[in-house]
Every structure is written in C-alpha cells, then in structure tokens.
Design a protein around this ligand. Structure first.
Ligand code: ZN
Length: 462
C-alpha cells in the first residue's frame, strides 16, 4: 500500500510531426493506446465573459457599482449546477440575470459595474454590461488557503417546517470529529497546511418560512438567532447553514459562495456536501469530465469542439467532482489553493526525462504536477495517484493508481472547471464514466496515449 516509487517521464520531440511531443512515462504502468485528434480547448476553461442578454421593455436601465457575489448551487442528483450572481451595493442586493448565456466564470468579491434593466430586485445585464474594476482583478488570483480555519455549522429550521433531521452531534461528526470528516479531508489534502475546527450551533427555528429559497434572509435570521443565544460568529472564518430539505431551493444538495464565507446545506448533512461547499468558499470550481463523440464513437478529444460536452461533476477523483466515495483533491486544486511549492509544478516544453511523484504525500521538492501547454491559456496536466490515507483508499489494482490521470486545466489563478480526459473509453465503450482517465492495468494495447500534441508512452513496470 505504500509504494511511493516515482514515475519517470520522458518528453521527446517527435520526428514525424512538427510540434508534437512524446512523453515517456516509466513506471508500473501496463498501459493502453489511444489515437487522438488534434487538440481542442475544453469548454469551461477561459476568462470570464459577460454575454449579451435581452432587456425587457418596461424595466429601468440602471448602472450600479458594488461587490459581485458568485454562488454555486449543487444538484448532485441531477448533475446540475445553478449559478447565481448577486450585486451587493450600499442600497441593497440585486440578482443579476444574464439571460440564457450566463458568464461561465467570474470572481466573487470583485468590485464591478453593472449596466442593465432593473425590475424588482433583478437586473437583466445588458450586452457587455458587467465590467470588473481593475482593483477587483486580484480576486481572480489563486487563493492561498493556509493555516487554522474556523467553521460554524448553524442548524436552522423554519416556521412552517420545524423538523430536525439530524442531531448537532451528528453534524459535529461530519464537520470535525469523524475519521472522514470535512476537517480530515482538508488536512489530508493539504498535507496539514489547512486545519479546520469549529462548532455546531442550533437548532434555531427562524421566523422565516421555507416557501421561497431565501438563503440570504435565512442566513441573516440565523446569525441573529445565534447572536441572541450568545454566540460570537465573528470568531469564525466560514459559516454553513444547514436545514431540513426544502423543495423551494433548486439545489438539492448545497450552495456555496465562491471566495465567500457562507454555504448552505439543503437537507444533506454529509462530508461530501460540506467539503464541496467549503471548496467553493476556498475558490475551487467543479472537477468536470470531458465527453467527446466523433461520428458516433467516443473519443478522448475531438477536433470539433461542438462534439464535446462537459459532464459537470464528471471527475471521480475530487470532492469537487463526482462521489462517493470522496477522493482527495487533485494536483490542480492543491496548486490553486497554494499548497504546492514552486518545485512541485513542472511545465514541459522540451524533450526530456521527467519524474512525476504521487500527489498524496507532502513532497516539497518532487514534481507532482506536469503541465503541457494546451492552447494559449490552458494545460494538459498529469497526475499520479497512489493508495493513501482516508480518502485515497484505492485498491492497489484500481486503474487510477496504475496509470496517469490527465486533465485539461486553466492556470492556477483562474476560476474555471477542470476537465478530466477519459483515456479508458476504449475499454468500456458506452460506459466510460466509472474508469475515467487512467491507463489501465492489463491493457493489451501498446502503452501509448496521445493527448493533443503530446504523446505519453508508458514503458515497463516501475
Ligand atoms: Zn459545487
């Protein structure tokens, strides 16, 4: 279980095709072969944009400035995410509507100027009507989440629903004390660079009803109830409001502010929701899967972007993707949160032999992330997993620990979904999700994987 041997990777300039590269990955891989079409950019990777939207006739055109709050609502059951954008001004909060084309990413906490049509408390943003102030640009920088973090879990119910579906002790186990708690998750994934502690408060029955999904109103009322009970919430970095399931919230599981301190759990008190929403609070987007179909055949990448779709939670190797079981954070996510050292990430641009260390153990000098430029603003990023700890408790025969994982990722300072590439689809045609993104043991195929312009060649056992 403790095979911490390293994989050696060689990158060679291919003689056959200008600009192509060959990666030689030396290790225990018993790899597979996959011929891929030229590289394409993953959807969901790129800078924030604010596309046009229709403006109603009877609305008032306004230009307002304030703080942008970005919230990610998670419906794990249906594989759906519900993005909400709010403009917080001195005069109040407004929901921003982008019509049918929401911006894919935006930095929560940015200072923005919004121009659009105001109706009630909703602003329908005009074409190019969202401008991020220069001073807000820093909000897109990779967040450095380190040190002791304090979380308050606040249990609330409503005037029309006073049920208490779990006990405070149960919630404390999920958050802090269970062997697989959210606190353990971040301690393990960050090699101890983040420690999470805190307390559970409530149940508090709010004067509010659950008829509409008024998460902001509920949070304010919950804070007031806690204060009335003598709780000083000012000593906590993050707050999660947990309540019995209510159908008025379209996010079945939870919702979290991106770069913000607040999250909500809709009837689902478990480590997945808690760690996932904290991930949004820390500044992580979703770990998605990339699905491409050319001429009716599943392929890892297609030359035609329209042939590819993103499976929102399609990466089984991160709590920001699909689970259970929940797995430790990816090397990209660890890099984005500031836990990798400069030496841990190596950008490959030339032919050579490189070493890739497992991601699970702290290794300040080893390379745990190999990146190859993919287009102008993203990378193909290689990761090596091994069985370890509470969350990466893979079987030694699990394909993911017998091969490399490849994702299309943005730069560490960009908030955008990562896209895991399915390199095993040829083994399970039509049913690829479960064994995504590794070169599996026992493959009869040549140990060759082409991703974009790179070729990963898996050699003898390591
Ligand atoms: Zn989410």
């Amino acid at each position: 279980m403790d095979d911490w041997s390293l994989g050696r990777v060689a990158l060679e300039r291919s003689g056959g095709r200008e600009g192509s590269a060959r990666l030689l990955l030396v290790g225990t891989l018993l790899g597979g072969s996959l011929s891929l079409t030229p590289p394409v950019l993953a959807s969901g990777i790129g800078a924030a944009t604010a596309p046009s939207a229709g403006v109603p006739f009877d609305a008032t055109t306004v230009t307002l400035q304030g703080r942008l709050d970005v919230l990610e609502g998670d419906d794990f059951t249906h594989g759906r995410t519900i993005d909400t954008y709010e403009l917080v001004t001195d005069q109040g909060s407004y929901e921003l509507s982008f019509g049918r084309q929401e911006p894919e990413v935006a930095a929560s906490g940015s200072f923005v100027t919004v121009r659009g049509a105001l109706a009630g408390s909703t602003i329908t943003v005009a074409a190019n009507g969202l401008t991020v102030a220069a001073s807000g640009a820093a909000a897109t920088a990779g967040p450095a989440i380190t040190g002791a973090k304090r979380l308050a879990v606040i249990l609330i119910n409503f005037s029309d629903n006073t049920s208490q579906p779990f006990t405070p002790a149960f919630a404390a186990g999920v958050a802090f004390t269970n062997a697989d708690s959210a606190a353990t998750y971040y301690s393990e994934s960050s090699w101890g660079k983040v420690t999470l502690s805190g307390d559970v408060f409530g149940w508090y029955t709010l004067p509010n009803t659950s008829e509409t999904c008024d998460w902001t109103g509920w949070a304010n009322a919950a804070d007031a109830a806690a204060a009335a009970a003598g709780v000083n919430l000012g000593t906590y970095d993050y707050r999660e409001y947990a309540f019995p399931y209510v159908s008025s919230c379209t996010w079945v599981a939870g919702e979290g502010q991106v770069f913000g301190p607040l999250s909500w759990s809709n009837g689902e008190m478990d480590n997945r929701v808690m760690a996932h929403e904290l991930g949004h609070n820390f500044g992580l987007a979703h770990a998605s899967g990339y699905i491409c179909i050319d001429a009716g055949q599943l392929v890892a990448l297609s030359a035609t972007t329209a042939n590819c779709t993103s499976d929102e939670y399609g990466d089984p190797f991160s709590v920001m993707g699909s689970s259970p079981p929940i797995r430790g954070l990816t090397n990209f996510e660890r890099g984005r949160l500031g836990w990798l050292t400069a030496a841990n990430t190596l950008d490959i641009t030339t032919t050579g032999v490189y070493t890739l260390a497992p991601v699970e153990q702290y290794n300040p000098t080893g390379v745990q992330a190999l990146r190859i430029a993919h287009g102008s603003s993203s990378y193909e990023m290689l990761e090596f997993r091994q069985p370890y700890g509470t969350f990466d408790s893979f079987s030694t025969s699990d394909p993911v620990v017998n091969g490399v994982t490849v994702r299309l990722v943005p730069s560490y300072d960009t908030y955008a979904n990562t896209q895991i590439i399915d390199t095993t689809l040829w083994t399970l045609p039509g049913a690829t999700i479960a064994r995504r993104a590794c070169v599996p043991t026992g493959s009869p195929m040549p140990r060759l994987l082409r991703v974009g312009r790179s070729t990963i060649r898996c050699l003898a056992s390591w």
